[in-house]
Design a protein around this ligand. Structure first.
Ligand code: ADP
Ligand code: MG
Length: 495
């Protein structure tokens, strides 16, 4: 029998441990002991809805209800009280209109009972049951009022506990993802690492903030430091760094609470796959070119052979035939030059340059040709267009695209160079290209022009790829074309 002196004042009932201290079971057990003492009950139990929605017995005293006992909303005394959200005294269940049709008989050992639903913000959380012996006096309305006050406090505690459980499971899920991520993630606040995932330990080592940079290769340390400094000034950062065979992308952004988030990803395998792909493609291109060269060589060679044969038979034409041989030999020699130029890697020499400046200079140099062709040339500049690049090579690319555009555009048309932060585009209102032309565009020696070399675009692509960038084309026959060049992000020079 619970100790009645345990709760002499109803407020003592609230002097209970918090759920966090001993878990919900210990909390409910203490509540039950205090309630039983205060309300002079010899039996008490509490049922709480669990995550699966089943309302299960969480604690009981003075009665042999098992921990697996459940109640169903709307069924039985407790289920009906919960369903209607009304606390009630049950002396004889058959007399209670709310319980009519549900309860046929009372349990022999239980006299008066109070059933109090636990409800918080409209959520039905469970039921508190208190019972007296058949021989004890029944509960009265005053008892019910007090029990109701108490129930709202218990409901609040249980609702909070459930909410904490939900928050915790959401947090656990996020932590699992955080830990499995193959991107190193560090949350830094006031020069202190507050959070780090296993990938961060693997890539950067498990060092404190002060020494983390010292343990990295110089270029990585520099990149990470740049990312931290940028985020500290409230801006996001994204860059790429390489050291020997390892390539990282490093990014950072300020966090709403004042800290910063640093992310590092090892993209070496992607980079090497891309390099391998570009190497294989170049080999294929050289293969195509060899075939094209064999074809190109045949014509001048045939010319040279027949001129040589003619010299033997018509010595009076020697001068003329010698000139023919020389011309053909020059063609062969040019072909060799072009081949060598194409076959050698681009190997850019990097320095900071302004894309606007290159575009303006080209526009000035070629203004006369555009005037003659009556094609309008416009340049749309942009701010912050400093890029780390080989200026001569980039000028060569822009010039190739500009001249192609001019050659494709007839009188009255327009060619536009537009510069943006890490690249540029050259568009024209010219003839455009069919699917068939587009599919061969970058092949060495592919040309549709009588005097074309077909090497311009393949050279452009070689140069841009050596800058870690890409070149893309869109074109509509008879409407025009647009060549779009973008450099690798890390080549951008901050303004
Ligand atoms: P070339 O200019 O010597 O022909 P390129 O490699 O520069 O060699 O160009 C290959 C082919 O791509 C051109 O012959 C032409 O058919 C097509 N082309 C390139 N640029 C354009 C353009 N702006 N509009 C239409 N066709 C183009
Ligand atoms: Mg060209």
């Amino acid at each position: 029998m619970p100790d009645k002196t345990a709760a002499l004042n109803i407020w003592d009932l609230f002097d209970i441990p918090t759920i966090e201290e001993g878990g919900v079971e210990a909390y409910l057990k203490t509540i039950l002991l205090r309630c039983a003492g205060w309300f002079e009950s010899n039996a008490a139990s509490v049922f709480v809805a669990e995550a699966d929605g089943i309302i299960r017995c969480q604690a009981s005293i003075g009665t042999s209800i098992s921990r697996t006992a459940t109640i169903t909303e709307g069924k039985g005394i407790a289920g009906s009280a919960l369903h209607h959200g009304v606390a009630m005294i049950v002396d004889d269940p058959k007399d209670n209109p709310l319980l009519a049709n549900h309860i046929q008989e009372r349990r022999g050992d239980i006299g008066s009972a109070m059933v109090i639903p636990l409800i918080s913000s409209g959520r039905k959380l469970g039921v508190l049951n208190l019972a007296r012996n058949v021989s004890d006096k029944p509960f009265n309305e005053q008892d019910l009022a007090k029990a109701n006050t108490l129930a709202s406090n218990i409901s609040l505690a249980v609702a909070n506990w459930q909410m904490i459980g939900e928050i915790k499971s959401a947090h656990d899920q996020i932590t699992t993802v955080f830990n499995l991520l193959n991107v190193a993630v560090l949350a830094i606040e006031n020069h202190e690492i507050k959070q780090r995932n296993p990938e961060a330990d693997r890539l950067l080592g498990r060092f404190p903030y002060e020494t983390i940079l010292m343990n990295l290769p110089a270029s990585f340390a520099q990149g990470v430091n740049e990312a931290i400094v940028k985020a500290e000034t409230g801006e996001s950062f994204k860059g790429q760094k390489q050291s020997e065979n390892v390539t990282w992308t490093i990014s950072s952004s300020p966090l709403p609470n004042g800290g910063i988030l640093l992310m590092v990803e090892d993209i070496s395998s992607t980079v090497s796959a891309t390099q391998e792909l570009s190497r294989v493609r170049r080999l294929a291109e050289i293969g195509q070119m060899t075939a094209a060269i064999a074809h190109e060589i045949r014509n001048p060679l045939t010319g040279i052979r027949s001129a040589a044969q003619m010299i033997a038979h018509a010595p009076e034409q020697t001068d003329e035939l010698a000139k023919m041989i020389d011309d053909e030999a020059i063609k062969l020699s040019d072909l060799c030059d072009q081949f060598l130029e194409f076959a050698k890697p681009a190997e850019p020499v990097f320095s900071t340059g302004d894309l606007n400046v290159i575009a303006e200079r080209l526009a000035a140099v070629h203004a006369h040709e555009f005037e003659e062709a009556e094609v309008q040339l416009t340049v749309e500049g942009a701010q912050h267009t400093l890029v780390n690049m080989d200026k001569n090579q980039v000028e060569q690319v822009m010039r190739n695209l500009l001249i192609n555009a001019l050659q494709a555009t007839s009188k009255g048309g327009t060619v536009n160079i537009r510069i943006f932060e890490n690249g540029f585009e050259v568009s024209d209102t010219g003839v455009g290209m069919s699917e068939e032309i587009l599919s061969q565009l970058f092949m060495p020696f592919f040309t549709t022009k009588a005097k074309g070399t077909g090497l311009g675009l393949s050279n452009c692509r070689k140069i841009i790829e050596a800058h870690g960038g890409k070149i893309e084309v869109t074109s509509i026959p008879t409407r025009g074309s647009r060549f779009w060049v973008q450099f690798a992000d890390h080549l951008r020079v901050a303004a």
